[in-house]
Design a protein. Structure first.
Length: 196
């Protein structure tokens, strides 16, 4: 249970970063806009692992002999991608509290932009769903936890974003990437040391 909560928290960090920056930079955000966005982020984080698990199950018989490597690779890839993105953001904009010039691209009041952001921030969950399928982890309960945690974390990001500071989003994303890589390494280590 603790592992799935760590994965859920890590997966929600992209959406959390968007929530914090939207709260800090968007004008005229109402509670309705913030709750709708948090719900959308949570919904897509719930749906994507289910889709990923479907894909993973379709190929599970082909990869049964090296499924632990696949799970490790997917988790490390997602975690590594998060780390690369946050380092790139730091290089491009050392002052995280500056609102981006292209801020209209993240205006969550627009349903179209909210849909695009919800999909973009949940693609990583697709890969996690695939890894869950290949290692035999229960997918529905895991997906529900991932969706609920994302909703709660994003709602908090919106409502407290201006108060907690914009740097928190980057540090949270950095921590999330490290946690996913660590969990992937633990899965691989446990499999490789079985029977020793």
């Amino acid at each position: 249970m603790i592992e799935i909560l760590l994965i859920a928290g890590s997966l929600s960090m992209d959406a959390f970063a968007v929530s914090v920056s939207s709260a800090a930079c968007s004008k005229g955000l109402t509670r309705f806009h913030m709750l709708r966005a948090a719900f959308a982020f949570g919904l897509f984080q719930f749906l994507m692992p289910l889709v990923g698990a479907g894909v993973g199950l379709a190929f599970s018989s082909f990869i049964a002999s090296f499924d632990h490597w696949v799970a490790f690779a997917l988790l490390a890839l997602v975690g590594g991608k998060m780390l690369v993105e946050v380092i790139k953001e730091w290089k491009e904009s050392p002052n995280a509290c500056e609102c981006p010039v292209d801020g209209e691209k993240k205006d969550i009041k627009s349903k179209r932009i909210l849909l695009a952001l919800s999909v973009a921030t949940s693609i990583d969950a697709l890969a996690i769903g695939m890894s869950f399928a290949v290692i035999g982890r229960p997918i529905l309960s895991s997906s529900l936890i991932i969706g609920a945690v994302t909703f709660i974390i994003c709602a908090g990001g919106f409502f407290f974003g201006r108060k907690v500071g914009c740097l928190l989003g980057r540090y949270a994303q950095l921590a999330g990437g490290l946690v996913l890589i660590g969990i992937g390494a633990r899965i691989l280590f446990n499999h490789l040391t079985q029977g020793l």
